[in-house]
Design a protein around this ligand. Structure first.
Ligand code: SF4
Ligand code: MG
Length: 330
């Protein structure tokens, strides 16, 4: 609720605090148990920062993050350590997130060392169980990450994330670094595990086709805020927010009968700096449908159709009047 992640900017010899990079600037959403919420947007829009903030990998500037009834945003170090097991992360680059000097068994077993006092036998049994679950042959237990392919390394990362029986997993671009031929395997594995273990996912990706495959609902981010949050099918069939519309217009349409009718919307200009976002709607500098109101008032994310949340004045009742200029005497 109201999640903000600001990173201070210091300038000059005196290292004066002259501003903030507003990476996440007031984001609210729910994720239901067993659901996959896709979080999409161009690189730099703040989606990874949201994922990391949810798991308290960063200190949170403002807002609350309630997971299973606990506000993790306000936990002290010891309570946070205790809450850790229920929330885990699968990282983008399995290569960079695995210690090259540790064996596969040590990597997968590391969370067990930190959070349990199990003996070696019990730990090994759990490590084998996890390797089975992600499709890694037990013979590999004493090998090192560099001996594996990218897809296998991502399986190692997933096994480690599962070690403590989490309820909630943030998958941050889990397939972006993998060969296309391997991507589907890893996504299918994540889906199987979700079903078997009752996991809840936040699936962060810029790959809109993959998100369409895996997500139940999708949140579209632009410049630190959510533009639209809708059920998957509704969003892909008919995006409501002008930014979502532009973003999705670039996705290949699998249905050939619809492919010809779709127009690619090419946005003009660049994304403004998150250190200096526009005063009104974050998208007002590039929006093809911008109105006067948009340059001064930030639209809230509100439900505009059952289950569909949009932050855009086109859908708010105030702006229907403001937008229809010339009808003031009515
Ligand atoms: Fe475009 Fe205005 Fe809607 Fe922002 S509020 S997306 S600028 S129409
Ligand atoms: Mg990212």
């Amino acid at each position: 609720r109201g999640l903000k992640m600001y990173f201070p900017i210091y300038t000059g010899l005196m290292r004066r605090h002259t501003g903030d990079v507003k990476a996440v600037d007031g984001v609210s959403f729910d994720i239901m148990p067993g659901e996959t919420l896709g979080l999409v947007g161009e690189s730099g829009c703040g989606k990874s920062t949201v994922g990391r903030a949810l798991l308290r990998l960063y200190e949170i500037t403002d807002g609350s993050v309630v997971i299973n009834g606990t506000d993790v945003a306000s936990l002290g170090p010891e309570d946070l350590r205790k809450a850790r097991p229920q929330m885990q992360m699968v990282f983008q680059d399995p290569q960079a997130s695995l210690n090259p000097r540790m064996t596969l068994a040590d990597i997968i077993g590391e969370p067990l060392n930190e959070h349990t006092d199990w003996n070696a036998d019990r730990k090994l049994a759990r490590i084998y169980e996890l390797m089975d679950a992600v499709g890694l042959n037990r013979r590999f237990a004493n090998r090192f990450p560099h001996e594996f392919s990218g897809g296998q390394r991502q399986r190692i990362g997933i096994a480690r994330a599962l070690a403590l029986n989490p309820r909630f997993i943030v998958c941050d671009e889990p397939i972006a670094a993998l060969d296309v031929s391997i991507q589907a395997q890893v996504v299918n594995l994540l889906e199987d595990l979700q079903e078997k273990l009752g996991l809840t996912y936040l699936f962060i990706s810029h790959d809109l086709s993959m998100v369409r495959h895996i997500a139940d609902r999708v949140a579209v981010m632009y410049l630190g805020r959510i533009a639209e949050l809708s059920p998957r099918d509704a969003l892909y069939a008919r995006p409501l927010h002008p930014y979502a519309e532009a973003l999705l217009s670039a996705v290949p349409e699998p249905d050939p009968s619809r492919a010809q009718t779709r127009n690619r919307i090419v946005l003009q200009g660049d994304v403004p700096s998150p250190a200096n976002p526009p005063k009104g709607c974050n998208f007002c500098t590039r929006c093809p449908k911008v109105m006067d109101l948009c340059r001064s008032v930030k639209p809230d994310l509100v439900e505009v159709e059952p289950g569909r949340m949009v932050a855009c004045h086109l859908y708010s009742s105030d702006s229907m009047t403001a937008g229809s200029t010339g009808a003031t005497e009515a």
